[in-house]
Design a protein around this ligand. Sequence first.
Ligand code: PLP
Length: 423
Amino acid sequence: MERDQAIFNLIAEELKRQEEGIELIASENFVSKQVMEAAGSVLTNKYAEGLPGKRYYGGCEVVDQIEDIAIDRAKQLFGAQWVNVQPHSGAQANAAVFLAILKPGDKILGFDLSHGGHLTHGSPVNFSGKLYEPHFYGVVKETGLIDYDQLEETARREKPKVIICGASSYSRDWDYARIRKVADEVGALVVADISHPAGLIARGLLTDPLPHCHIVTTTTHKTLRGPRGGMIMVGQDFENPWGIKGPKGDVRTITQLLDLAVFPGTQGGPLEHTIAAKAIAYGEALSDSYMDYIVQVKKNAAALAKFFVEKDYHIISGGTDNHLMLVDLRNKDISGKEAEAVLDKAGITTNKNMVPFDTRSPFVTSGVRFGTAAITTRGIKEQEIVQIGELIDEALVNAGNDAQLAAIHGKVVELMGQFPLYK
Ligand code: PLP
């Protein structure tokens, strides 16, 4: 076959975009070369339905070892008793958890999407809001902090089967112990989706949900800095609460139900190339250099938040405990959509985001989300964060001035040239 130059040219173009720009999308990162190498390896050729040692295909003796290493490293990294590394994505991990423990029509209680939650936590446009009966908690308008009183009241009134915590754009730590207390009172299970702060949690920089939450899900490609994918963990196996049955009508343990919900419940063959890349990323996340990295991610986010506050930008909740922040632009006379487009012209990549109690639509929004996981991988420290903050402010102030935005783009390329990607 001839080399498909059309696609490879576009990949080269994308590499250039990544190299030259300031990547501030909170859910993105740059994986190591060895993670990419594994993700693009011959393992993509292999079918391996089932689990290591219990497959529905022959020839799995090598991939079994790879998947076992991924599982062992994930357990070590998070202190989990049980892990399934097969979910293709964060959404797939959440779908498998709900399939394992809920019946259609059951009540779930999640963090409102428009306040910072995720689609898979009960949004009406997602399977989670279509198959189950969603109820929501949000943040307190004045503080931007999770409204735990509202969460408790709703839990007591609705008696959901599952309370989901975790978010896509919430910059503060979670009180998992408080959520578990009300869950025990109403007979609910607690699922924590730590997709965003997983790397900070793994290395002890935020509260660990595993001792408090029955089930924990995550993506592997955000702060964890692995390939795109998902994972499900259980801190300690717990009693099957409602006598939930497996496919043969017999009562199963929770971890057996979770395995069955991944395969055959929601997926076919696992992506063993991705699982190998996950194993490498987990190994990296256990290293001292990753510890330095993730500490710097948090310092950089704090420095960016401080810069914004000093420039009179309104950050929801007033600051950040993790790698991200949500900036409310309503005092700046620019919408989230416009800000995203303006920053794009300047070579700064972000995403527009609803702010709590937003009056604009999800396509327009009043906010922008910023995260420091990716730029910290490039080697950026607090000193450059101030420069980056200034470039963002300059771009937003000059929103209508294309010549000025082109000049800022030039400065962005120059700055990132000092922090080469994939040297
Ligand atoms: N859960 C949370 C909290 C997320 O932020 C995301 C992605 O942004 C997901 C789940 C879904 O992950 P994926 O895009 O891998 O399906």
